[in-house]
Design a protein around this ligand. Structure first.
Ligand SMILES: Cc1ncc(COP(=O)(O)O)c(C=O)c1O
Length: 297
């Protein structure tokens, strides 16, 4: 057992691979897996609350939609749910990060064909790393773009090198994340999160036709905002609109709502989170509790 295997076992415990649980350090896929060779796969990042995979049905719906675009077969839902539950139970997880990856599997022949292969399902989960967002993230405006014209827009595929590079270039500028615009300069999303801002009490977020991911946290924030009397608007907004905001925040399943303190050279006033963001965090947590209790009952 190598040092790396031990480290993997310590962090990830047992993971699901090819229909069974295996120790993380022993989990290997074929050198011919198309996920490895071509990024030919899909993934979902899921938050586990009190041992329950939050909005699993919605994550699987998004996975199936992506698979339709990529013409990739998906194992049946019960099988995936069993795999997810096995990993959560085997590792006795309560508050956790769970990643589900589906690759097209091994194709011995031609990279350019999309012949049906036997898809490979990998499920891994770990306790949620402790998080300290301080008084908010700084975002660099990225040279990478989201492309509303791409046939792969909104598909959560595993070929995310542009997003990794966007995050890395942002880190070089001392920023925690990157803001990606469309080719026309409209606000898109962060490297792995949706973006929102508040101006004069109104909540704004880019519409899905900007080519962004249909974020589940984004969807819930838009659902709870009216309960707090917060009007919300979706649209195509030039960067200047965001830079004039009173409050800015990012959303993702694992981060929930994270305040932003700076975008490019523009700072947003303290306190962070701001008044409206704080209210939305409360409403979001209430909704999470409600849905988890519904799931447990
Ligand atoms: C590009 C991108 N946008 C937004 C999100 C947030 O999506 P969700 O709220 O469904 O986690 C993610 C999550 O990974 C992402 O990769």
């Amino acid at each position: 057992m190598t040092q790396q295997d031990t480290a993997l076992d310590e962090i990830w415990g047992s993971i699901w691979l090819d229909g069974t649980l295996v120790p993380a350090g022993k989990a290997v896929v074929s050198a011919f897996d198309r996920g490895l060779l071509y990024g030919d796969g899909l993934y979902e990042t899921i938050r586990v609350y009190s041992g329950v995979p939050f909005m699993l049905g919605e994550h699987l719906r998004r996975l199936r939609q992506g698979a339709q675009v990529l013409r990739m077969p998906v194992p049946d839902e019960d099988f995936i749910r069993r795999a997810v539950d096995s990993v959560i139970r085997a590792n006795a997880l309560e508050e956790a990060y769970l990643r589900l990856t589906l690759t097209r599997g091994v194709d011995p022949d031609d990279w350019s064909k999309l012949e049906p292969c036997r898809p490979s399902l990998i499920v891994m989960a770990r306790p949620l790393p402790s998080r300290d967002y301080g008084d908010g993230f700084a975002l660099a405006v990225s040279p990478f773009r989201v492309d509303p014209a791409s046939p792969l827009r909104g598909v959560k595929h595993t070929g995310i090198m542009p997003k990794i590079m966007a995050r890395r270039l942002a880190a070089d500028e001392g920023c925690q994340d990157a803001l990606l615009l469309t080719p026309d300069g409209f606000v898109g999303e962060a490297s792995a999160a949706s973006v929102f801002w508040v101006r004069d009490g109104v909540l704004f977020t880019p519409s899905l036709d900007c080519g962004i991911l249909d974020g589940l946290t984004r969807m819930l924030v838009l659902r709870v905002a009216p309960r707090g009397g917060i009007p919300a608007e979706e649209g195509r907004y030039p960067l200047e609109r965001l830079l004039q905001a009173d409050e800015v925040f990012l959303t993702s399943s694992t981060w929930e709502l994270v305040p932003v303190k700076r975008v490019g050279e523009s700072d947003f006033a303290a306190p962070r989170p701001g008044r409206v963001t704080r209210r939305l965090i409360e409403l979001y947590r209430q909704e999470v509790r409600r849905l988890i209790e519904e799931d447990l009952s």
